[in-house]
Ligand binder design. Structure first.
Ligand code: GUN
Length: 283
């Protein structure tokens, strides 16, 4: 394999030790770090993600609780529940697992989690903070992407980063974070004409499209850092947006699926929860 493997599993395990220490120090000061995860409906992928978040909490000594709500809940009931959880002084972070079932307004619901408890960084205040370079909570997946690139020593300043995908959760914040690191950033999406002509220019390529294996070796520049944010299921098997076996022979760095960005997302969520708890303690 030519490329260096950006190992999210290993990286997150390194972080676990430091995070557990921070949780312990808070505990010694009488503060139990607490996360409340809200899951609406019975989307199987969401159930898996929520279970992983819960397990990560347990590993660190964070008190995690999952609130299960029926898929046919009304907008009003959901928002009342979020208001109630956020008003609870013992809870440091509240997370609403997305996507919500059809008919529910995600943007409206997310505004019911105040910025200081918004450990996902999805509140418009936190999005705005990222936009303007101010202090705020950064969304977990793009934060994990940056942590990975920096830890593996991928040169960023002055390099061309191409982000494929323009979601509020990944593509847009990833583009802003790369810009903060002085990358020249191009954002591509489903309407981009001649996508390969852009991806081939990328020193850093972030694939967040949700189409299994769509980034093929001929779309990648020799020596590029390729970050695969995709989580797709093909014949029951988890795979990313990148044709890993072929691209690893051409890239300089590559993240696998599973064991790549997904692990970093959970690790950064834990980081955001502990940060929120520490901030509340010093208030
Ligand atoms: N659905 C997919 N990714 C995420 C995430 O990072 N946070 C939440 N809340 N929902 C998601």
């Amino acid at each position: 394999m030519a490329a260096v493997l950006m190992d999210g599993k290993w990286l997150s395990e390194q972080l676990t030790q430091k995070q557990a220490q921070r949780v312990k120090e808070l505990q010694e000061k009488g503060k139990t770090v607490t996360l409340s995860v809200v899951l609406v409906g019975d989307n199987p992928a969401s159930q898996t993600y929520v279970r992983n978040k819960q397990l990560a909490c347990e590993k660190l000594g964070i008190l995690g609780s999952t609130v299960l709500l029926p898929g046919d809940i009304s907008q009003q009931e959901l928002e009342n529940k979020l208001d109630m959880l956020c008003a609870d002084e013992s809870i440091d972070g509240v997370l609403l697992q997305l996507p919500l079932p059809k008919g529910l307004d995600e943007a409206s619901a997310l505004m019911h989690i105040p910025p200081e408890k918004d450990v996902d960084g999805f509140h418009t205040y936190n999005q705005g903070a990222l936009f303007s370079g101010a202090d705020g909570v950064v969304a977990c997946t793009p934060k994990g992407v940056m942590y990975m690139l920096k830890t593996y020593g991928v040169p960023l300043s002055g390099k061309h980063a191409v982000v494929v995908g323009r979601s509020n959760i990944v593509g847009k914040p990833a583009a802003l974070l790369l810009l903060q690191e002085n990358c020249t950033v191009t954002v591509c999406h489903s309407r981009t004409e001649d996508l390969p002509s852009f991806t081939r220019q990328a020193d850093i390529l972030v694939a967040a499209v949700g189409k299994a294996g769509m980034i093929t070796a001929d779309m990648v520049k020799e020596g590029a850092a390729v970050v695969d944010v995709g989580i797709n299921r093909v014949d029951g098997k988890l795979c990313g947006d990148v044709d890993f076996d072929a691209v690893k022979e051409k890239a300089g760095w590559i993240s696998p699926v599973p064991g790549g960005v997904g692990k970093m997302t959970v690790a950064m969520l834990m980081e955001n929860v502990i940060d929120a708890a520490e901030k509340r303690m010093t208030k």
